[in-house]
Ligand binder design. Structure first.
Ligand SMILES: Cc1cc2nc3c(=O)[nH]c(=O)nc-3n(C[C@H](O)[C@H](O)[C@H](O)COP(=O)(O)OP(=O)(O)OC[C@H]3O[C@@H](n4cnc5c(N)ncnc54)[C@H](O)[C@@H]3O)c2cc1C
Length: 259
């Protein structure tokens, strides 16, 4: 069974991010790392391929400056190879443009299953996976907290607000996974050494047959019109007990509609 995992490489969340005042987007010229959200998809894919007893895991990433730092981490976990789409024409690409690029890269392979995270840690629109599925003409299942493959389909426990739905879907399909679907492994020393020589196919927008005018700033259907600091958190209300604290707390929770 061949599984493709969409892997986003993001600025290290441990370093305070910086916005470019001109483009109003996050600066991504520093080293990028594997988005932790995607380490769950990589682990899930490795376990599914192991269980199937054949096949391999391929990573697909779109990132600036031919960045492979995050891909090497996922290769060290056990993925076999990667496709990296990097091209100056992609600067300013919005979520739909990203989906077009990922779909074109995935379309060059014939995976049985495509995995992505439910949302990335930096952009977190949570829109890319469903758009990739639509562009590839694949059915998609979102918010998977458990995946099993049986015959020609996947059985997914799909996280809901009050539990989960059991969903069955024929393959090929795209499934987006939640954090916690599996516990990602730490790359071993052997894995890290092996990752250095695993193939990373670097491709451009032209290689994928995508018109450069349909991605990047030129192709953007979204525009960032303003940025402002998040409001500081307001201090909470301290309730001193004068015999009626319980009533005031109940009234407060009632107002929040949590009762
Ligand atoms: C006007 C505009 C300009 C922008 N300009 C830039 C820019 O110049 N540079 C830039 O880096 N970002 C830019 N962005 C942000 C960029 O569009 C989003 O980060 C990107 O589209 C993915 O959206 P997301 O992170 O919200 O994805 P989500 O939908 O939250 O991601 C869910 C999952 O989809 C997969 N996925 C998402 N993105 C990728 C990827 N790149 N590679 C592989 N898998 C992926 C991953 O599995 C991810 O966990 C811009 C956004 C806008 C609106």
């Amino acid at each position: 069974m061949n599984v493709v995992v969409c892997v986003k490489q993001i600025p290290d969340p441990a370093d305070p991010g910086e916005l470019d005042p001109e483009t109003k987007t996050l600066k991504r010229d520093s080293k990028l790392i594997l988005d932790e959200s995607d380490s769950y998809g990589v682990e899930m894919a490795l376990q599914l391929v192991d269980a199937a007893g054949e096949g391999e895991v391929t990573l697909v990433s779109m990132a600036p400056n031919n960045e492979v730092g995050g891909l090497r981490t996922a290769l060290a976990m056990g993925a076999a190879s990667a496709v990296l789409v990097s091209d100056e024409a992609l600067a300013g690409t919005d979520a739909l443009g990203t989906a077009k690029v990922l779909a074109a890269a995935i379309g060059r392979t014939s995976p049985d299953l495509v995995l992505a995270a439910t949302e990335s840690s930096d952009g977190y629109t949570g829109t890319v996976p469903a758009q990739v599925a639509e562009l590839l003409g694949l059915p998609s299942v979102t918010f998977a907290k458990e995946i099993a493959v049986d015959g020609g389909g996947v059985h997914v426990k799909r996280q809901t607000e009050d539990g989960y739905d059991s969903v069955e879907c024929p393959m090929p399909c795209l499934v987006s996974v939640t954090a916690g679907v599996v516990e990602p492994r730490y790359p071993s020393f052997k894995g890290i050494m092996a990752a250095k020589s695993k193939p990373v196919d670097e491709v451009t927008v032209a290689d994928l047959g995508i018109d450069a005018g349909s991605v990047g700033w030129a192709g953007g259907g979204q525009e960032i019109v303003g940025i402002e600091p998040a409001p500081a958190r307001e201090s909470g209300e301290v309730i001193e007990d004068e015999g009626d604290a319980h009533e005031r707390i109940v009234a407060f929770l009632d107002e929040l509609k949590v009762l």
